[in-house]
Design a protein around this ligand. Structure first.
Ligand SMILES: Cc1cc2nc3c(=O)[nH]c(=O)nc-3n(C[C@H](O)[C@H](O)[C@H](O)COP(=O)(O)OP(=O)(O)OC[C@H]3O[C@@H](n4cnc5c(N)ncnc54)[C@H](O)[C@@H]3O)c2cc1C
Ligand code: SF4
Length: 452
């Protein structure tokens, strides 16, 4: 990657990112600073997912080990199904324990109650848990309408290069040991012997929505990515430049080529922090609006992309929220975690790299597209079984087109979703929006063709 940076005249943008990996190895019996057995990295190169050696600083070797030592019980293979309230200001959590001997495929369900509940199931898992609690089981009916919003893929754009002129020795060392900073796209990773796997990250608009759909309440992400096109174009261009600097041929994922869908490993948002329930689902301290003592401490809380690998930012936000919760619960306004005293400020090579560089080459023009966002107001007729018809305060219909090529005789396909915020909790439905006349659709197509 350093050579790529040189070949692109972009040396200042090259850096070694911080890694949450233990490299020090003093042999058998070694423990980490928390007294937990942990050996150093063997550079086996197998760490895209997990680490067989235990050299990665995963939560079981630090935070969770400390919690267990302080009396916490850690349950593995245990799935939270929904959260509800108890009569005395606390919460109950319905759990399904998988893998209990004799329990069968469905597992065993049980409930736990607590005055305070901290949810840390990640952007997708936490949002799903709260959506199911509000919309499927109706156990937390008052959750904010902002729940599910501000979903972001952290601007991730995955691409590849083949037939490179350099052997990258992919079987040696941890993943993402080098990176290239750029004003928008950021971070890349070289893998297989003469093939490059490049993951660019950036700040997308965080406009996705996680929601439950249909009678089976299936979870899905509704995400019109077209407004991120300038970012993806930059990221694709940067990846192409790196690959070509090694004499290779760049190519995008099939998901992108066929469906224009980016791939992400950095899900964020869904329970965004905000000033109040109109703008967010939880407070900046992670407390879910309307539910004192119910906290979210994970990537779901982030209302936007971090632009770089997000786990350290997620950790920092979770640490701050945990500290504020402990202060509130104990009444000790100066409380700090005991480990805080031993913490030292580390270098942040990413900042310097991103500050020092410029966009490489001219920005690729983004082809024009068509996008509608329309807010409608009025009433909705609900089916009789839904209970009394409820006047809806507002409907939002978004009509993304994706990248379409329309000829005069072609059909312009439009998708829309409508959300009736005044509908009774626990009810969902699907329908068709009849809004655009054939004449209007024709105008849109003509305007689009006129701009090409
Ligand atoms: C292959 C890969 C590589 C990555 N590499 C990097 C990297 O190099 N640097 C970086 O900064 N980030 C990286 N990330 C992203 C990083 O892992 C995430 O951003 C981060 O872990 C998110 O933290 P979180 O606490 O929000 O959620 P998670 O770490 O996802 O934790 C959520 C936990 O909740 C559990 N869970 C979910 N639903 C339920 C439920 N209903 N009941 C009980 N438990 C539940 C999940 O099993 C999981 O253990 C990578 C991600 C992937 C997939
Ligand atoms: S290279 Fe990766 S998988 Fe192998 S020991 Fe090091 S951190 Fe673990």
């Amino acid at each position: 990657m350093a050579a790529a940076a040189d070949r692109l005249g972009h040396r200042d943008g090259f850096f070694h990112p911080n890694l949450a990996v233990t490299f020090d190895d003093r042999g058998p019996g070694q423990t980490n600073r928390f007294g937990v057995p942990q050996r150093g990295c063997t550079f086996c190169g197998q760490c895209d997912i997990g680490c067989n050696v235990g050299a990665k600083n995963t939560l079981d070797l630090n935070y969770l080990a400390l919690a267990e030592r302080a009396g916490a019980t850690v349950g593995t293979r245990t799935e939270a199904l929904w959260v509800g309230v108890t009569g005395d200001g606390g919460y109950r959590v319905r759990l399904r324990e998988h893998g209990r001997p004799g329990a069968g495929r469905e597992g065993v369900e049980r409930e736990v109650t607590a005055r305070y509940v901290f949810i840390c199931a990640g952007a997708i898992g936490t949002t799903e848990l709260l959506l199911r609690s509000r919309d499927q089981y109706g156990t937390l009916p008052g959750l904010s309408a902002a729940l599910g919003t501000r979903y972001s893929g952290n601007g991730d754009f995955l691409s590849f290069g083949r037939n490179l002129d350099t052997d990258f020795a992919p079987a040696v060392g941890p993943t993402i040991t080098t990176a290239l900073g750029e004003t928008r796209a950021f971070g890349a990773h070289l893998d297989a012997r003469r093939t490059a796997v490049l993951l660019a990250m950036g700040r997308d608009r965080a406009e996705g929505r996680i929601e439950l759909r249909g009678p089976k309440h299936r979870l899905r992400v509704v995400w019109d990515t077209t407004r991120n096109d300038p970012l993806y174009a930059d990221e694709q261009a940067l990846a192409g430049q790196v690959v070509r600097a090694f004499g290779g041929t760049p190519f995008a994922t099939p998901m992108w080529r066929l469906f224009r869908q980016p791939v992400t490993v950095h899900n964020l948002g869904g329970v965004p922090m905000g000033d109040g329930p109109d703008t967010g689902a939880a407070s900046p301290d992670g407390e879910v609006f309307g539910h004192p003592g119910l906290y979210v401490l994970d990537g779901a809380l982030l209302p936007g992309a971090t632009g770089g690998n997000p786990s350290l930012t997620i950790t920092a936000v979770a640490e701050r929220c945990a500290r504020s919760a402990v202060r509130r619960i104990t009444g000790d306004a100066s409380w700090r975690a005991p480990e805080h005293a031993g913490a030292t400020r580390g270098a942040v090579p990413e900042d310097a790299a991103v500050q020092s560089v410029r966009l490489i080459g001219p920005r690729r023009p983004v082809p024009p597209g068509v996008r509608f966002a329309e807010a409608m107001a009025g009433t909705v007729g609900l089916p009789a079984e839904a209970g009394p018809a409820t006047p809806a305060r507002r409907y939002d219909a978004t009509v993304p087109t994706g990248r379409v090529r329309v000829g005069v005789a072609d059909t312009l396909r439009m998708l829309s979703s409508v959300r009736a915020t005044g509908a009774p909790p626990g009810r969902s439905g699907a329908g068709t929006v009849l809004r655009f006349s054939a004449f209007f659709a024709g105008q849109v197509a003509r305007a689009y063709l006129g701009r090409r």
